[in-house]
Design a protein around this ligand. Sequence first.
Ligand code: PYC
Length: 308
Amino acid sequence: MTAGGMARISVIDSHTGGEPTRVITGGFPALSGASTAERRADLAARFSRLRRAVVDEPRGSEAMVAALLVPPDEPGSLTGVIYFDRTGVIGMCGHGTIGLVETFRHLGRIGPGDYRIDTAVGRVEAAAAPDGAVTVRNVPSRRLEAGVSIDVEGLGGVVGDIAYGGNTFFLVNSPAVDLDQPVEVLLSVAKRILAALRQAGFGADHVELYGPPTRPGAHSRNFVLCPSGTYDRSPCGTGTSAKLACLAADGELAPGEEWVQESITGSLFTARYSWYDEEREMVVPFISGRAQVVAEGDLLFPPDFLVT
Ligand code: PYC
């Protein structure tokens, strides 16, 4: 508690390719459950006001993703982590895992090396390189449905693939949508696509529009609508994983071949995959990027925010 009777939650903020991550290092109420998945369910059920207050204005921003540290599921893991944004808990978060590793490095808790991290949707691994790059070995990813056609208000027929990369994405090639339009227009288009998808009974929680890159060396540029209602400033680690799964299923990218994904802001992730189960077209994605710590401090809340 502060002298003024406010409760404190300690955080370290970073950004990965422009997308913010807020690692919660202390002060958050204890969650019940014996695993990261169970604790995530408790967080989702009991703390909606506090979750939103941690990430959204006035203490954060619409793009902020929080990484709440919880005990690991397995001995030997660096930590457990639950990701959430201003609207709810999310499964895995690629940019967030890169930010988390950079935050641990900033705190002096790790050096270069390989680390296991338990997320609510499974264990991931992170390799922290001496030069500051972080490579995340994501959860097994795969295309769930190819060539899904939906009718979108103001756009007509839109065709895309549904794929899982730790979160579930509807990936649309951008000839249907010009990626050079202002982000406000892309947001409106992506939201209409998501609404049409839900209306048609499909379960994706993110929309990923992709098209030709603008940066030398990149293979593709994307615009990713997140469940928070804003867009990912980074190339989206789980979205890039979903993209790799589609490329692998279509035979357009070989295992180990490099894929450079550009975001709508111009930031880059370098990616590759190995097969997890070739017959079922499941891949293990590897996503590399860099994060920078930008702030550390305490957020202050009226004490009743911490009570459910
Ligand atoms: O990098 O996986 C990601 C991500 C998900 C939501 C925002 N970023």
